[in-house]
Design a protein around this ligand. Structure first.
Ligand SMILES: Nc1ncnc2c1ncn2[C@@H]1O[C@H](COP(=O)(O)OP(=O)(O)OP(=O)(O)O)[C@@H](O)[C@H]1O
Length: 270
């Protein structure tokens, strides 16, 4: 596994260099992300971990074009991104949010939720594609005309994942995709994401405050504190409890969810 510094930036699925992100102006200004750099290889799962407010989601939001006051470089498959996101961007990069309740329109059926991006981007044979995508995320065709309030939390997140896959993206930005779900549903969704990654050759950037989730899902991770990356490491190093930065050691100790036996047990789920 290559460290960010060894990944040729033109070859990287995603390269972030010296990213700074701010919100607001003057006295109210929040400097949420400071000089963040990392690169993600094609097909890799990269985790961003850190306490609440450390800037993890803001990094994803800058990539997705949802936080617009940023400087530095963001490149997707060797192409630098400007301030606006194009149709080609959404055909390459999609985002899945934490809250499946908030991220689906309450008055749109599953059919409409999945169909809308497909129609906008001219996806062929949309009816078949919708049914295939639902099957891909473990939902039968009977779910097609349901509204969000007729779905469980896990089913809603499956719909949100299916919507993200509609345009056959190469990169998924996953912002705490399971933290609104209870533990058993969380394991189901994480295992679904693992399977989809294998089957579709996806690249993931996964934000989580939970080291157990990162250890289960990722190849490498960056630890964020107060807007900065304090350490980048492989998950193998994390598992061997080898963080070199004091903050990461603390995070590891303090992370109530982190229990090596539990992480190993998670891996036996199918
Ligand atoms: N729209 C916004 N306007 C002003 N400040 C913001 C905005 N979004 C985020 N921030 C601030 O930026 C900082 C980083 O927030 P961010 O959501 O990226 O952290 P996080 O690590 O993802 O936290 P959490 O795990 O709680 O989601 C925080 O201080 C937050 O208050």
């Amino acid at each position: 596994m290559r460290a960010s510094s060894e990944i040729a930036l033109q070859q990287a699925a995603l390269a972030i260099e010296h990213l700074d992100v701010r919100f607001g102006k003057g006295d109210e200004m929040v400097h949420a992300v400071r000089d963040v750099s990392f690169a993600v290889d094609r097909g890799e799962s990269f985790g961003l971990v850190g306490e609440s407010g450390s800037g993890k989601s803001t990094v994803l939001r800058a990539i997705a074009g949802l936080a617009t006051d940023w400087t530095g470089r963001i490149a997707v498959e060797g192409q630098n991104l400007g301030p606006k996101r194009t149709a080609a961007f959404y055909e390459t990069v999609q985002m899945v949010f934490q809250d499946p309740y908030g991220s689906l329109h309450p008055r749109h059926t599953v059919d409409r939720t999945l169909g809308e991006p497909g129609r906008i981007h001219g996806v062929a044979d949309l009816d078949t594609r919708i049914v295939d995508l639902l099957r891909d995320v473990g939902l039968g065709p009977e779910f097609r005309f349901r509204y969000p309030h007729q779905l469980s939390g896990g089913q809603r997140q499956r719909v949100a994942i299916a919507r993200a896959l509609m345009l056959e993206p190469k990169i998924l930005l996953l912002d705490e995709p399971t933290s609104a779900l209870d533990v058993s549903v969380q394991a189901e969704i994480l295992n679904l994401l693992q399977r989809l990654k294998r089957e579709h050759g996806l690249t993931y950037v996964l934000v989580s405050h939970d080291l157990a989730v990162i250890a289960h899902m990722c190849d490498r991770l960056a630890v964020m504190n107060a807007g900065r990356v304090v350490e980048e490491m492989t998950v193998d190093q994390l598992r061997r409890s080898e963080p070199s930065h004091r903050y990461t050691q603390q995070l590891l100790k303090a992370s109530l969810g982190y229990d090596r036996a539990a992480v190993d047990a998670l891996e036996t789920f199918d």
